[in-house]
Structure formats: C-alpha cells, structure tokens
Design a protein around this ligand. Structure first.
Ligand code: UDP
Length: 316
C-alpha cells in the first residue's frame, strides 16, 4: 500500500483552514494543522482530534517552522481574514503575509513539498474592472486601513512566484473571494456572521453605506473543492476561486431576514474606508483549467450556515 501523503495546513484552526484539513483527511492524507489561535479556534478542529493521521501544533508561523518527517504539500492559510481582525491586528497581518509566507515557502523548499498560497480578491482592491479576471493588477490603497491585508497578500504572491521561478518550488496561488459557511466566527465583523447573528437575535441588521456595494458569496464546500482541484493541477499562476453570483449588500440583508424568518429591521452605518464598491470573480480560468464551478445555491448554503449559528450561538 502506498504511504499516505502528508500536508501542513497553516491557519488550520480557522474557518477555511479547518474545512481544508477535513477535506485532506477525507482524501486519505495525513494532516499537520498549525495555528497560533489568535483568530483560529480549537472548537473548529476538536472533532478531528483523534482521527487517524491528524495532529495539531500550536505555533506562530512568523517564527521558524519545524515539522519533522515528510511533507508533500503546504497550504498557507494563516492570516487574520476579516476587516475588523486586520484593523485590530495590523502588524500581525503584515507579518504573517510576509514573514509567515517566507517561513512556509522555506519549509516547502527544504521538504520538496508543493506550496499553495491562500491569496484573496483583495489584491484587486476597489476594482476598476468588473468582473475581475486574474490578469487585472488591481486598485489598492497601500496606506489605507485595508492596506495591511491587501499588500501583505500581494507581497505573498510576489514571494511565492519568486520561490517558484528562482528556487523551482512547485507553487499554486488561489485568489479567494467572499466565502461563507459554518465555523465563521460570530464576532469577526464580516457581513455573513454579522447579519445572521443580528437576525437571529432580532436586532437591526447593520448595512454599511447605502448597501449598493456588491459581493459574490461562495459556500465553503465549493471553495474547498476548488482549492483541492487547484492543488492537484499543474498551474503556478493565480486562479480565482469564488462564486460569480453577485448581489448588493442590501439585497443580501433582505435575504438573511427572509431565511431566518426574523423580524429584524435594517439600519444604516457609515461605509468603512476603502470598502470595495463591487466584487465579482471571473472564473473562466477555473472552469477551463479545473473543470470547477460552484454548485451550492446561496439559499441552500445560507440555510446550512444559519443552522450552524442557531446551534452554536443559541443565545444570540
Ligand atoms: N458590511 C455591512 N454590514 C456589516 C458588515 C459588513 O454592510 O455588518 C458590508 C461591508 O461594508 C462590505 C460587505 O458587507 O461592503 C462585505 O463585508 P465583509 O466584511 O464581509 O468583507 P469584504 O468583502 O469587505 O472583505
């Protein structure tokens, strides 16, 4: 019997990282899940502890990463990932995108492991091209409040390509668009957990600005499937993985109120600085290269996510 493959997932106790660990285990891989638990949470992975081939290591990947034994893949998902988190953790966000990516790439080089970087639609900033293809270079304010995340991820992409070109490391870059599902943190400030917890508590939904800005929401199972396919592809250049079904934030708020059956009203708050006005992935490349496209309709994905928040935050 072939030996099981082994992956390191940084940020493995986070929302996306934990779903990814689960998918790798389901595919018959051994998984080293690494997280410093600043924004990740052990509750996201406790059901995997005890599963064959799963280990958790508490470590901050901005410091030297030591993993004994073989590694076939490193999936670098460690980073604060919500606007509130990276406003509260600006230095950590910059460090994990730069120093953390450097350490993870160095480990990939020394182990001969494939490396996959979790990048983001934020590299497109407040986009002037819509929808966004991978060839678009973006419109990012480097010194604005979101710059700490956007520039860290842009630097991480550049570093990944340098390790690919200069050291021959086998690399992948996924540009992740808004993704939602169970295990999002209730207080992370992102629109999905914010609206669902507000609706379940009967509190007003806080729409920022006039709610005319758009986002395109991808269910986590679809996102992870796209990432898994990209990992197994031979494509080193960035690939968008997201759901092209675009809607305004106001429409999204109404949908959450409808699906929760809530009596909540909508209240308007100031639009955060540099909040992108539109966002929608062009997924032509993922379709062609990976035969991938999202399958879970918004209503179905939101029903599952609402059920999770009802179970995990019954008081809210
Ligand atoms: N948003 C909102 N109310 C909230 C949280 C977010 O209207 O309570 C808006 C936010 O201004 C943005 C969109 O929802 O236009 C998505 O925000 P999120 O923080 O989820 O992620 P982003 O796509 O901005 O990175």
């Amino acid at each position: 019997m072939a030996e099981r493959k082994r992956a390191l997932v940084t940020g493995g106790a986070g929302f996306l990282g934990s779903h990814l660990c689960e998918r790798l285990l389901d595919e018959g891989w051994n998984v080293v899940c690494m997280d410093n638990l600043i924004t990740g949470n052990l509750a996201n992975i406790e059901h995997m502890i005890g599963r064959e081939g799963f280990v958790f290591v508490k470590h901050d990947v901005t410091n030297f990463i030591h993993v004994p034994g073989r590694l076939d893949a490193i999936l670098h998902f460690a980073s604060p990932a919500s606007p509130i988190d990276y406003l509260q953790l600006p230095i950590q966000t910059l460090k994990v995108g730069s120093l953390g990516t450097h350490k993870a790439l160095g480990l990939a080089k020394s182990k001969g492991a494939r490396f996959l970087l979790a990048s983001t639609s934020e590299v497109y900033g407040d986009p002037l091209i819509h929808p966004q293809p991978e060839s678009y270079w973006g419109n990012v304010n480097p010194v604005g409040p979101r710059g700490v995340y956007d520039e860290a991820k842009r630097f991480a992409e550049a570093l990944t390509m340098a390790y690919h070109r200069f050291h021959g490391v086998d690399t992948r870059i996924v540009r992740i668009f808004n993704t939602y599902g169970p295990r999002m943190r209730a207080g992370d400030g992102r629109v999905v957990p914010a609206f669902i917890t507000q609706a379940l508590a009967g509190e007003p939904l806080t729409v920022f600005g006039d709610g005319s800005q758009t986002r395109s929401f991808c269910y986590v199972e679809d996102e992870v499937d796209g990432i898994w396919r990209l990992l197994n592809s031979g494509h080193p250049d960035p690939v968008n993985i997201g759901n092209p079904a675009e809607m305004t934030v106001l429409e999204f708020a109404r949908e959450i109120i409808r699906l929760t059956g809530s009596r909540s009203e909508i209240t308007y708050r100031p639009l955060p600085e540099d909040d992108p006005k539109v966002r929608q992935p062009d997924i032509s490349l993922a379709r062609k290269l990976l035969g991938w496209e999202p399958r879970v309709p918004l209503e179905e994905g939101l029903r599952r996510t609402i059920a999770y928040f009802r179970d995990h935050h019954p008081a809210s």
